[in-house]
Design a protein. Structure first.
Length: 399
């Protein structure tokens, strides 16, 4: 079994475990020779990730949300070294993933893992669980005679039994396969895991089990997550901070409570209004976006969201806004309260209660009432040194 590291031990360092700087990943679509010579067609470039800068602290969960095709999975795979960046930099524990002085790929594979979106295609159908997890244990340097005991220990930790060790993937349910994927990721004793929509192909009851498992493992081993999801309720439940992506760029990033209480970017506001609810009044307040999603092959000039934005101005079509820090009332109050509580736990309860008082006190009739019905287990305020800036990429908030 991997060495257990408490969540509090993981929060000692204020230096980011993972950081990207102006990260870009473009894919070239090559035209056929016939199209080139007869029609004069040129190769096209898909700008899947186009200038993303993020930081993730040790022990933190950064939630990454956005529409399908916005570049979330590509960003996650580039961070763990599965894709080489077209431009920009990815650093793990201060060392670059590519170029001079880069971290060795074998060391990176042990310390950074990924849980893939589809448990049906991410496991080799010709291998048993023993072989699947054994590959990861071998990468960690576990002696062959010790691998069976390690594999059984990992299976038990994710809720499976020793009798599953010699079964093939097709003999498991979807939830069980995803647990095997989690066990495989844990086998190398990683510090960082990209969870790439690990709940998308599972039913609701199994989703809850996987969520609880991921949070328990984070507490036990001090793991750091990049949690990619479409479900904004799950993102709220899991994440310390949220980053919203649109067409290859991060358009808003903030502490989870601050973002859900006071979304600043029109796209974030539309996403939060789309959270399903049984309340008819909430459904009536749904923000419907205009037009269709632009293609990353030919993104709009200026602000990439302006063709669908009801607040667009002439400058939006001409200039691309920068990602800037904006101070908001809810952010200030949460930061001040949590800082005071963390300095003296005897003052009227825990830091989590401070955030809950602020959020629950302000969410009476807002567009985000539904998140009050989600039981939050992540202690968002007990993150010394975490980035609490509220960043937004929109001309409405650039002074």
């Amino acid at each position: 079994m991997p060495r257990a590291t408490s969540h509090q031990e993981a929060l000692v360092s204020n230096n980011p475990l993972v950081a990207t700087e102006n990260l870009k990943k473009h894919f070239t679509i090559e035209e056929s020779l016939l199209a080139r010579y007869l029609a004069g067609a040129k190769d096209r470039v898909v700008r899947a990730v186009d200038g993303v800068s993020i930081e993730i602290l040790p022990g933190e969960t950064l939630g990454l949300v956005g529409e399908s095709g916005c570049g979330k999975s590509t960003l996650g795979r580039a961070i763990v070294g599965l894709y080489e960046p077209t431009e920009g930099d990815v650093r793990f524990q201060g060392k670059p993933l590519w170029g001079q002085g880069s971290i060795p790929k074998t060391a990176l594979r042990r310390q950074a893992q990924i849980i893939f979106q589809n448990p049906y295609s991410s496991l080799n159908p010709r291998h048993t669980v023993r072989q699947i997890i054994g590959v990861a244990l071998a990468a960690r340097g576990v002696h062959p005679q010790d691998r069976e005991a390690e594999t059984i220990g990992l299976l038990r930790r994710v809720g499976l039994g020793a009798d599953h060790i010699d079964r093939y993937p097709h003999q498991f349910s979807g939830g069980q396969r995803q647990r095997i994927g989690v066990a495989r990721a844990l086998a190398t004793n990683p510090k960082f895991i990209v969870a790439d929509e690990p709940l998308s192909s599972l039913d609701v009851s199994v989703q809850a089990q996987i969520i609880n498992l991921l949070q328990e493992l984070q507490e036990e081993y001090g793991l750091t997550y990049l949690f990619i999801t479409h479900d904004l309720r799950v993102a709220y439940h899991m994440s310390h901070r949220i980053a919203v992506m649109y067409l290859g760029q991060v358009v808003e990033s903030a502490d989870t409570d601050a973002l859900y209480e006071n979304p600043l970017h029109p796209y974030t506001q539309a996403l939060l209004s789309a959270i399903p609810s049984v309340d008819a009044s909430r459904r009536a307040n749904r923000i419907l976006l205009e037009g269709t999603v632009p293609t990353p092959i030919d993104p709009p000039t200026g602000c990439r969201f302006h063709p669908r934005c009801k607040y667009r101005m002439p400058i939006c079509e001409q200039e691309a806004p920068d990602l800037v820090s904006v101070q908001t009332p809810i952010q200030t109050e949460v930061a001040h309260r949590s800082a005071g509580r963390m300095g003296d736990e005897s003052v009227n309860g825990s830091a989590t209660e401070a955030v809950n008082e602020v959020v629950n006190g302000r969410m009476s009739n807002g567009t985000n009432d539904i998140v009050k019905n989600v039981v939050r287990r992540t202690d968002r305020t007990n993150m010394h040194g975490r980035n609490t800036e509220h960043l937004v990429r929109c001309h409405l908030h650039i002074v």
